[in-house]
Design a protein around this ligand. Structure first.
Ligand code: ADP
Length: 527
């Protein structure tokens, strides 16, 4: 037992008779006996599955990660094997426990966070899937979504779900499986099949069929869930021809979902948190108040704003979705995403071969004073919010005889910052809230040059937390709060430490000039 835990224990003991629940009391006694417990976060992502064991301070005790194959049956189609999803999950949980030298009994609760929208359908009796998982990136239902828009369903779908009809979301993927897998529709109509996003599938498998549930944040990405009534929408189920018997129960993100089957990890572990990855990062960044914003710089960029109990209607190409809270009722969130963020750096490394590592991009960018008038628009797969132009393409403008490798690399990093700037401006217009602080995370936020430039062009502070694993941490916090491991938001707020804040230092005239140049470059990318 560490001194820190001693202090914590005695501090809490002093309050014993006041406001402790039985669970917290049991927890306390364990600490006093030297039996500290931990929270395990499972992050089931698009390219890998990770498990991280956290302690009370939010520190990482151990982690394990496993990548798994992407399946591309046709151009634009993306699938995952359900066995890979489940196999990697069990493997990384087991490995993280071993690395931390813990057993299942040392884990107070598991929090699950997951790639969103990805769709699975399985037999309720056997648990066997009828088809591979159709991944969020898969475009196979794009035509059908276009038809929905042409037939005038855009407004109705947006008003109920907060989403723009797109192949990205689960509804049309479920319909595709029912329409294309032999016998699936008849079985679904007989009530034999279940649908789930990845969280639901994992809950089912980890509990050997005892839990059939999802949380509000994942449900809000299916395009079947009414985010205002917090219920599956019967009219949309009819529109997509999906039997209601296929759908899981929906609970808050911080909730006791049930326990993992004892045979998996030696003894049962309670699952007390379920949350979609972007909403998990929002919570992990402690963006729990109205107006709080975070941006994740991963392969793509995801900007999310907590708008509290008010659903903000977007006129600028953003979607409205549900966020996780410490209590039962979900909050509303405004979300904007760009498809290619950090991925443009990967492209410079793997295809252009002008850097040998992502980190080298910073070193190169700092070799020049500015981009020398060069703009890189990273529209490699079209432009997302706020432009929504699927036919736009990556563009480099302003090249002169004096342009060097360093200028192009710098312009590519700046391009990521401009994309986020466009999202922030759309969000400010929609919400009427001026963003004064941007919480950042994801792989590319480690790039100091990018963060400084981001702060300059946004004219607002960017804040990088000490604990970089905000997605896993968010899931851990939601689970630990439900399990009584943490007493409330106050306690976890004490864990939050800023690693570095970048404050703007660019002259306003220069900032506006650069943004004008960016707008011109975007126009060219959309020609
Ligand atoms: P994801 O979860 O989407 O797979 P990550 O959050 O792990 O992504 O971030 C990986 C992305 O960040 C990659 O596209 C990589 O090129 C980029 N990246 C990582 N480190 C840096 C860096 N120092 N500078 C710029 N980009 C980086």
């Amino acid at each position: 037992m560490t001194i820190h835990h001693d202090k914590l224990a005695y501090g809490r003991l002093a309050k014993l008779n006041e406001d402790m629940t039985d669970g917290q009391l049991a927890d306390m006694l364990k600490i006093l006996n030297g039996e500290e417990q931990y929270i395990l976060a499972l992050d089931q992502g698009t390219t890998s599955t990770r498990a991280i064991v956290f302690d009370r301070r939010g520190n990482t005790l151990a982690r394990a990660q496993q990548e798994f194959p992407q399946i591309y049956p046709k151009p634009g189609w993306v699938e995952h094997s359900p066995q890979d999803i489940m196999g990697s999950t069990v493997a990384v949980i087991g490995e993280a426990l071993v690395r931390a030298n813990l057993t299942a009994q040392d884990i107070a609760a598991i929090g699950i966070t997951n790639q969103r929208e990805t769709t699975l359908v399985w037999d309720k009796r056997t648990g066997k899937t009828v088809y591979n998982a159709i991944v969020w990136q898969c475009r196979r239902t794009a035509e059908f979504c276009k038809e929905l828009i042409q037939e005038g369903f855009k407004e109705k779908i947006y008003n109920k779900t907060g989403l723009v009809p797109d192949a990205y979301f689960s509804a049309t993927k479920i319909k595709w499986i029912l329409d294309n897998v032999d016998g699936a529709r008849a079985r679904a109509e007989r009530g034999e099949l279940a649908f789930g996003t990845v969280d639901t599938y994992l809950l089912w498998q980890l509990s050997k069929g005892k839990i059939f549930a999802t949380d509000y944040t994942n449900a809000s990405r299916t395009m079947l869930f009414n985010i205002h009534t917090l219920k599956w929408d019967e009219e949309l189920l009819r529109l997509f021809d999906i039997p209601a018997s296929m759908l899981p129960e929906v609970h808050p993100s911080s909730h006791l979902y049930g326990c993992t089957d004892a045979r998996l990890f030696g003894s049962p572990i309670p699952v007390c948190g379920v949350v979609g990855d972007q909403q998990a990062a929002l919570f992990g960044q402690l963006c729990t108040k109205k107006g709080d914003v975070k941006n994740t710089y991963g392969t793509g960029c995801f900007l999310l704003m907590n708008t509290g109990d008010k659903a903000v209607k977007s006129r600028n190409g953003l979607v409205t979705t549900l966020g996780a809270t410490a209590d039962g009722k979900p909050c509303f969130v405004l979300e904007g995403s760009v498809f290619v963020g950090g991925a443009v750096v990967q492209w410079l490394r793997d295809e252009m071969k002008i850097i040998s590592s992502s980190e080298e991009s910073e070193e190169q960018a700092l070799k020049v004073e500015d981009s020398g008038g060069v703009y890189v628009v990273p529209a490699l797969t079209g432009l997302g919010a706020p432009y929504w132009d699927a036919s736009a393409r990556g563009t480099i403008t302003g090249i002169t005889r004096g342009t060097t490798r360093a200028h192009i690399i710098r312009a590519a990093l700046e391009g990521i910052a401009y994309e986020v700037c466009d999202l922030v401006q759309a969000m400010e217009k929609d919400s009427g809230i001026k963003i004064s602080r941007l919480a950042v995370d994801g792989g590319a936020c480690k790039n100091d040059f990018l963060m400084r430039f981001q702060s300059d062009v946004l004219n607002c502070a960017t804040v990088r937390p000490e604990i970089a694993e905000t997605t896993a941490l968010g899931a851990a916090y939601l689970a630990g709060l439900n399990a009584g491991y943490w007493s409330g938001l106050d306690e976890i707020e004490k864990n939050f430490e800023v690693e570095r804040t970048f404050t703007p230092s660019m002259e306003e005239g220069e900032r506006l000039r650069l943004l004008d140049g960016w707008r011109e470059a975007v126009k060219k990318a959309m020609l």
